[in-house]
Design a protein around this ligand. Structure first.
Ligand code: PLP
Length: 434
């Protein structure tokens, strides 16, 4: 049985809310509860595929099964020492109360300095909000900018959470296909084709999860001009901004096309750059009135992110960036090259070289007509991922929940030894297919 089923891909003509199953009651049975009904908005959202895989791998490991995990969406490095110490010091000095709901003023100042150093953009601390991860910052931005029925352009392949977040705030996710030949990067022609009078927002993610695609300044320029001309807002998810390879540099649309600054909410955070996923600190910068409205969403839902984690994040954003980030980036770069080469050496798998983040995103459609040793036909990427877990004890994700049903996502946020071990297994598994 499939342990995870990809959701239907959203599209302009197919607002999948209408096709979602009826709400379930607490027994998990397929009948609506007589007393409680899940709202249509929540019923229209799906379980996160990445979290489902993590839970499945944890369960197998608890049973003593040796699984090589390529599912991780987080650095396998520890949080840097000075950052940990700042967190401990915060606890020991009883810095354990509520803070300003948009985040401590010193932290917002520190983040403003990062925007200046990393983007060349000047934001006043009042234009910055600190949230419980970039995830909450994106949700706050969508809740603030999106009215019922507003369309949000999401270039595919996309991070799994975007379409569901859009549905949760009452918007309509509109998938914008991109092609591997153009490095999975949307062009204005792609965006134009998906645009209607209801289009309000573009979600742009570079470096991208799952593709590892990095938009250059030259590629962002026409997109920025198009956004400004059409007055379409942009949520720029820059969470992997410090993880770029091969001499490339990170660029953000607001820095490249200043006319987009009044239209842009820039999202970043501590999770990936400083290996701080569990601390749950992310942030956003944008026009003052938009950030103030985002602060109302946050103030009425979660209040401030953890005071202790904010102190740690302050040490991260004000500390020695090179010392904290470069060793991790350089190691990811090594692993990226090993994993890409190993994948391309497996017949039936083709993998472009990722430019950023920490994922390989190979194409595997040639394998769909094959049959596993147990006689089951591979058929699609969901089934390949399931068969790889059951047959080879390698955990990886189908591309389907990322809007790419011919691909797989493998994270290289694991040691080189594990990468070699997992790819040995994957290679024998693929070679065993008939
Ligand atoms: C593209 C992208 N955006 C945002 C996030 C959320 O990060 P955070 O841990 O800061 O909430 C992730 C996490 O995997 C991600 O991949």
């Amino acid at each position: 049985m499939l342990w995870y089923k990809s959701p239907p891909e959203p599209s302009p003509s197919d607002n999948s809310r209408a096709r979602r199953p009826a709400p379930r009651d607490a027994s998990g049975e397929d009948r609506p509860s007589a007393m409680l009904r899940v709202s249509r908005r929540v019923a229209s959202s799906c379980e996160s595929a990445t979290l489902a895989l993590t839970a499945r791998v944890q369960e197998l490991r608890r049973q003593g099964v040796d699984v090589v995990g390529f599912g991780a969406g987080e650095p396998d490095f520890p949080t840097p020492e000075p950052v940990k110490r700042a967190g401990v010091a915060a606890i020991e000095s009883n810095f354990t109360k509520y803070t300003h709901s948009s985040g401590m003023p010193e932290l917002r100042e520190g983040i403003a300095k990062r925007f200046l150093a990393d983007y060349g953009l000047t934001y006043d601390p009042s234009q910055i909000i600190v949230s419980c991860g970039a995830k909450q910052a994106i949700y706050n931005a969508l809740a603030t900018l999106c009215d019922d029925g507003d369309e949000v352009l999401i270039p595919a392949p996309y991070w799994v959470s975007y379409p569901d977040m859009v549905r949760l705030v009452g918007g309509v996710p509109v998938v914008v296909p991109t092609s591997p030949e153009r490095g999975f990067k949307a062009t204005i022609d792609d965006l134009e084709r998906a645009t209607t009078p209801r289009t309000r927002i573009l979600v742009l993610n570079s470096p991208g999860n799952p593709t590892g695609a990095v938009y250059s300044a030259a590629e962002l320029k026409p997109i920025g001009a198009w956004l400004a001309e059409n007055r379409i807002a942009v949520i720029s998810d820059d969470i992997y901004g410090s993880l770029v390879y091969g001499g490339r540099s990170f660029a953000s649309v607001a820095a490249v096309v200043p006319e987009t600054i009044p239209l842009a909410v820039l999202v970043n955070g501590a999770s990936k750059a400083y290996a701080m996923t569990g601390w749950r600190i992310g942030w956003a910068a944008g026009p003052k009135e938009i950030v103030a409205a985002m602060a109302r969403v946050q103030g009425q839902t979660t209040s401030n992110p953890s005071s202790v984690a904010q102190k740690a994040a302050l040490a991260a954003v004000t500390g020695d960036q090179k010392a904290m980030i470069e060793p991790m980036r350089a190691e990811f770069d090594r692993r990226r090259r090993v994993m890409t080469a190993r994948l391309n050496a497996i017949p039936g798998i083709r993998c472009h070289e990722p430019e950023g983040a920490f994922y390989c995103f190979p194409e595997i459609s040639e394998l769909f007509s094959r049959t596993a040793p147990d006689g089951a036909r591979i058929g699609n990427a969901d089934r390949f991922a399931e068969a790889a877990l059951e047959g080879a004890r390698v955990a990886l994700l189908s591309g389907a929940p990322f809007g790419a049903p011919h691909h797989l996502r493998l994270s290289y946020a694991t040691s080189l030894g594990e990468i070699e071990r997992g790819l040995d297994r994957l290679e024998s598994f693929v070679r065993s297919l008939r």
